[in-house]
Design a protein around this ligand. Structure first.
Ligand code: NAD
Ligand code: DAU
Length: 358
C-alpha cells in the first residue's frame, strides 16, 4: 500500500509502537506524518531510530490536533488518505485531578480532526479515519460478563467520559456525513515505551529502585491486558479490512487482578534482575515493596472484553501471552537504561525544548 497516513499522538506509547509496527512489520511503502503536540507524554526519542531509518517516508510535525486550520493544511500538504487517531490525554488519575485538558484534546481535538477530514476528503470513499478508543467507555463490570460492541456506554471518569464523547462524534460523522470511519475499543496495553505513570512501568521501575509499589485500595480490581504490538496489529487490520462504520473491541483474553499483575512484575524481575544482586533492595524481596495505598476515586472494579467480532470478521487474535509479554517488557526496560533515565529525570523535556519550539 502506497499512501500517506496521518498518525496523531505518534510520539506517545501506543502511537510510537504503531508507527514502528507499520514501517517494520507490514510491508507498507507509503509515508507517515506524525502530528504530536509533545505534551509530557510525547517523546520523539521513542522514534529516533525510525526517523533515521525511514527518512523521507517519516515526517514529524509538532502541533495540536485542536488547531483545525493547521491540521487541514497538513492533510492537504501531504495528501493524507488515512488517519490513525491516537492523540489524547490518556491517564485516568490525571483526569481526576484536572479534567480540562482531557475535554480539550479528547473531545475538541477529535472534533477538529473530524472537521479537517470531512473538509479535505469531501465525500471520498477510498479513505479511512480510524479512532483509537478504550474499553473504559463501557463502565465497570460485576463479577461476570464482558463488554461487547453493543454494551451501552457508561463512562465513569472524566477520561472515559471524554473518550466516550469522541467515539460518539466519530460515529456521528460516519452516519451523517458518510465519513468512512472505524473505532477500536481496547483494553489495557503494556510493553516498550510505556510512560512510567501507568501501573506496569511504574511498578517495574520503582521496584528496581527499591521504592514502594503502590497498589490502590484492596488491589482486587480486574483489568484485561494486551501486549502493545498485538494492539497495533489489530488497528492495522481494522484500518485496512474493517467495515466503514464498524466498531471493534480489542482485548487480550487476559483478565488479572492488579495485585497479581504487581506480583507478576516482581516475579519477572526476580528472573531477569534478581533482588539479591540489587544493592538498593538491601536484602529485601521485590514483593516486600508492595504497599497498599488510598484508592483511586470512582475506581472501576472490573473490565473484560469480548473481542469475538474482530476475530470472526478480520481473523485477529492476541498472540503474546501475559507471562512472555511481561518478560519482554521487563527485558526492554532493563536494556534501555538511557531512555528510562531521560524520562525519569525529565531530561527528554530539555532535549525537546532545545529541538522543538514550545
Ligand atoms: P500517551 O499518553 O502515551 O500518548 C498520547 C500522545 O498524544 C502523546 O504523544 C501526546 O504528546 C499526544 N497529544 C496529547 N495531546 C495532544 C494534542 N492536543 N495534539 C496532538 N498530540 C497530542 O497515550 P497512549 O497510552 O499511547 O494512548 C494512545 C491512545 O490509545 C489514546 O487515545 C488512548 O485513549 C487510547 N488507548 C490507550 C490504552 C492504553 O492502555 N494505554 C488502551 C486503550 C486505548
Ligand atoms: O482500559 C484501557 C485504559 O487502560 C486506557 O484507556 C487508559 O488510557 C490507560 O491509562 C489504562 O487505564 P487504567 O486506569 O486501567 O491504567 P493504569 O495503569 O493507570 O492503572 C491500571 C490499574 O492499576 C487500575 O485499576 C489502577 C491501578 N493502579 C494504577 C497505578 C498507576 C494502582 O493500583 N496503582 C498505581 O500506582
Amino acid at each position: 500500500m502506497k499512501k500517506t497516513i496521518l498518525v496523531t499522538g505518534g510520539a506517545g506509547f501506543i502511537g510510537s509502537n504503531f508507527i514502528r509496527y507499520v514501517f517494520e512489520r507490514t510491508g507498507f511503502k507509503g509515508k507517515i506524518v506524525n502530528l504530536d503536540k509533545l505534551t509530557y507524554a510525547g517523546n520523539p526519542e521513542n522514534l529516533a531510530d525510525i526517523a533515521k531509518k525511514f527518512r523521507g517516508r517519516y515526517v514529524f510535525a509538532k502541533g495540536d490536533i485542536c488547531a483545525h486550520n493547521a491540521v487541514l493544511a497538513l492533510m492537504k500538504k501531504y495528501c493524507v488518505s488515512a488517519v490513525a487517531h491516537f492523540a489524547a490525554e490518556s491517564h485516568v488519575d490525571r483526569s481526576i485531578f484536572g479534567p480540562k485538558d482531557f475535554i480539550e484534546t479528547n473531545i475538541h481535538g477529535t472534533f477538529s480532526l473530524l472537521e479537517a477530514a470531512r473538509n479535505f476528503w469531501a465525500g471520498r470513499k477510498d479513505v479511512r479515519f480510524h479512532h483509537v478508543s478504550t474499553d473504559e467507555v463501557y463502565g465497570s463490570l460485576g463479577a461476570s460478563g464482558k463488554f461487547r460492541e453493543t454494551t451501552p456506554y457508561n463512562p465513569r471518569s472524566p477520561y472515559s467520559a471524554s473518550k466516550a464523547s469522541s467515539d460518539h462524534l466519530v460515529r456521528a460523522y460516519g452516519h451523517t456525513y458518510g465519513l468512512p470511519a472505524t473505532i477500536s475499543n481496547c483494553s489495557n496495553n503494556y510493553g516498550p515505551y510505556h510512560f512510567p505513570e501507568k501501573l506496569i512501568p511504574l511498578v517495574l521501575l520503582n521496584a528496581l529502585e527499591g521504592k514502594p509499589l503502590p497498589v490502590y485500595g484492596d488491589g482486587l480490581q480486574v483489568r484485561d491486558w494486551l501486549y502493545v504490538e498485538d494492539h497495533c496489529a489489530a488497528i492495522w487490520r481494522i484500518m485496512n479490512k474493517g467495515r466503514p462504520g464498524a466498531t471493534y473491541n480489542v482485548g487480550g483474553s487476559c483478565e488479572k487482578k492488579n495485585i497479581d499483575v504487581v506480583k507478576g512484575i516482581c516475579a519477572a524481575l526476580e528472573a531477569l534482575a534478581p533482588a539479591a544482586a540489587n544493592p538498593t533492595l538491601g536484602g529485601r524481596e521485590y514483593t516486600d515493596l508492595i504497599t497498599f495505598v488510598k484508592d483511586r476515586p470512582g475506581h472501576d472494579r472490573r473490565y473484560a472484553i469480548d473481542f469475538s467480532r474482530i476475530t470472526k470478521e478480520l481473523g485477529w487474535r492476541p498472540s503474546v501471552d501475559f507471562r512472555s509479554g511481561l518478560r519482554k517488557t521487563v527485558s526492554w526496560y532493563l536494556a534501555n537504561g538511557a531512555w528510562v533515565k531521560n524520562v525519569k529525570t525529565g531530561a527528554y523535556r530539555k532535549w525537546l525544548d532545545k529541538n522543538y519550539k514550545r
